[in-house]
Design a protein around this ligand. Structure first.
Ligand SMILES: C[S@@+](CC[C@H](N)C(=O)[O-])C[C@H]1O[C@@H](n2cnc3c(N)ncnc32)[C@H](O)[C@@H]1O
Length: 322
């Protein structure tokens, strides 16, 4: 798409292209390409380039007179001037039209109260995982309320989203995060440095991680890869841009990595410790069986905000009965 496609006046009286008109034109192009949320994405790309929310622009502002303000916002766009800003916007719209994930284009993704770095090679954290993180936070807060700093392990941490939510929302929590992908752990390192440098980041396999913490962990949380091999995602953004390592869990049912996570959690957790693990809706029964087979008790399935069964919660039995 050329920048002209976004800039073309609707009529001779329209005058120079305004930001609002360019965003509306971009939304039409994105909608025609099948982008699921075209208005939101067009607006987000313009705000990224301009470094400020569109509601701060005066009516009739163009890309030339609506340059980046010194707002101190962490999401200020690339340093470009005048017409270059419009060209930058047009180029981003074209990439989004080709279905590159919005978060890869802006370099950012929101998770709970955090604005995290995002990029190719690391999974874009999903809204439903906020509920999974909440269950881990609740379990960690219960330990803190009992007077002990909770020890929390996030297996398959990706961008470190869950680990950082726990570290920033549970004062005193000692958080470890484990990731096998070099690209993902590089991004996780940036996020940890920016939001909670006290988080311990470990590059390694969840199946064998942190043997020194066996029996000492209060909460193990994980959003592992769990897509079965025959369930190739329909969305282009996911199918073509998410790392396979982040999607496919292995085995006919996609549960090889989740099974390894449960096995590892059963060793890491102290008596009374809690496992929280995300899975696909259709895997709820199978995952409950896996968890039960490893001796964990009080096994229940949690639902996401759409009411779908999306994560398991279970407790390491406490022989002392406490
Ligand atoms: C679905 S993504 C989730 C990432 C992050 N927890 C989130 O919710 O956004 C799964 C992550 O697990 C990582 N992973 C896959 N197999 C792993 C393994 N055996 N050990 C550690 N990490 C693994 C992938 O690289 C990917 O970052």
């Amino acid at each position: 798409m050329a920048a002209d496609d976004l800039a073309a006046p609707r009529s001779a009286e329209d005058g120079p292209p305004t930001v609002r008109r360019a965003v509306a034109a971009a939304a039409e192009l994105l909608a025609a390409a099948g982008v699921p949320s075209p208005q939101v994405d067009a607006r987000a790309l313009a705000e990224h380039v301009l470094g400020r929310p569109l509601y701060l622009l005066p009516p009739g502002a163009t890309f030339t007179d609506a340059g980046p303000a010194d707002t101190g916002r962490a999401d200020a766009g690339p340093a470009v001037e005048g017409g270059e800003r419009f060209a930058a916007f047009a180029a981003l719209v074209e990439r989004r039209r080709r279905r590159e994930p919005l978060q890869h284009l802006t370099g950012q993704m929101a998770f709970r109260h955090l604005l995290l770095a995002a990029g190719p090679g690391a999974f874009v954290v999903r809204p439903e995982t906020e509920v999974v993180a909440q269950a881990a936070i609740d379990a960690a807060r219960a330990v803190a309320a009992a007077g002990r700093p909770p020890v929390v392990v996030d297996l398959c941490t990706g961008s470190a989203a869950i680990a950082l939510a726990v570290a920033t929302e549970v004062p005193g929590a000692v958080v470890h995060a484990v990731e096998i992908s070099p690209a993902a752990i590089a991004l996780a390192g940036r996020n940890v440095a920016a939001h909670a440098p006290q988080v311990h980041l470990h590059h390694g396999d969840a199946a064998t991680a942190l043997p020194s913490l066996d029996g000492a962990v209060d909460v193990v949380v994980a959003n592992p890869p769990y897509v079965p091999p025959d369930a190739v995602p329909r969305e282009v953004e996911v199918r073509e841009h998410e790392p396979e390592l982040a999607l496919y869990g292995g085995g006919d049912d996609g549960l090889d990595v989740p099974r390894a996570v449960v096995a590892r959690a059963a060793r890491l957790l102290r008596p009374g410790g809690v496992l929280v693990m995300e899975h696909a809706e259709v895997q709820a029964g199978a995952v409950r069986e896996v968890v039960g087979a490893h001796g964990l008790t009080q096994v229940r399935t949690g639902r996401d905000l759409a009411g779908r069964e999306r994560y398991v919660v279970a407790v390491q039995p406490d022989p002392s009965g406490q």
